[in-house]
Design a protein around this ligand. Sequence first.
Ligand code: HEM
Length: 170
Amino acid sequence: MNERWSKKIVALHWLSAALLVGMVIVGSVMVGLPADEPLRRVLGRAHSLTGVTLGVLTLVRLVVRLRGPSPAPIPLAPLHRRGAAFIQGLIYLGLFGMGLTGVATAYRSNWHAYIEGADPSPVFDGLLSRQVHGVLVIGLVLLVGAHVIGVLVQEVRKGGTLRRMLPFLK
Ligand code: HEM
């Protein structure tokens, strides 16, 4: 059995990771700007477009992962394996949750009128999806942090973990 993820999975993994980091940074910078700042509208447009792209990419990644071959499992204690799989599952859920709450917020508010310049500021007035979007991003950052730490700890203890997702590592 192969010991590495397929090229397709590797490409989707790192593209998603890069987009996620970008989305968190852009989203945080965007909400810190005054509503009448033109850059906030530019970032808002980029945020919506990239967010939907990331959602679609996550769906494609899940399908490719479920249908394609997986490498031989890392030798882990059963509890450790279940914990790692649980965190990865929650990351998928978090990514879908961010996409869905983002789209729901955009559709249920004046977000599009705002980013197109027709309205002076976005109005979310107690919109639940907007609140959940803000809370979910914290959960997602914590989960990705736990995932990265878990991989690095395993790499230091036993080695051979990172190379499964990094084709240039021998
Ligand atoms: C994985 C995907 C996404 C990530 C990581 C992400 C991240 C963020 C972050 C960090 C914020 C600021 C949260 C806060 O400080 O409360 C935010 C706000 C927002 N996001 Fe996203 N987002 C994603 C997807 C989307 C999508 C798909 C849309 C819409 C199509 C969207 C629309 C919005 C809106 C309308 C806001 C509020 C902006 C404001 O308050 O002015 N997001 N997002």
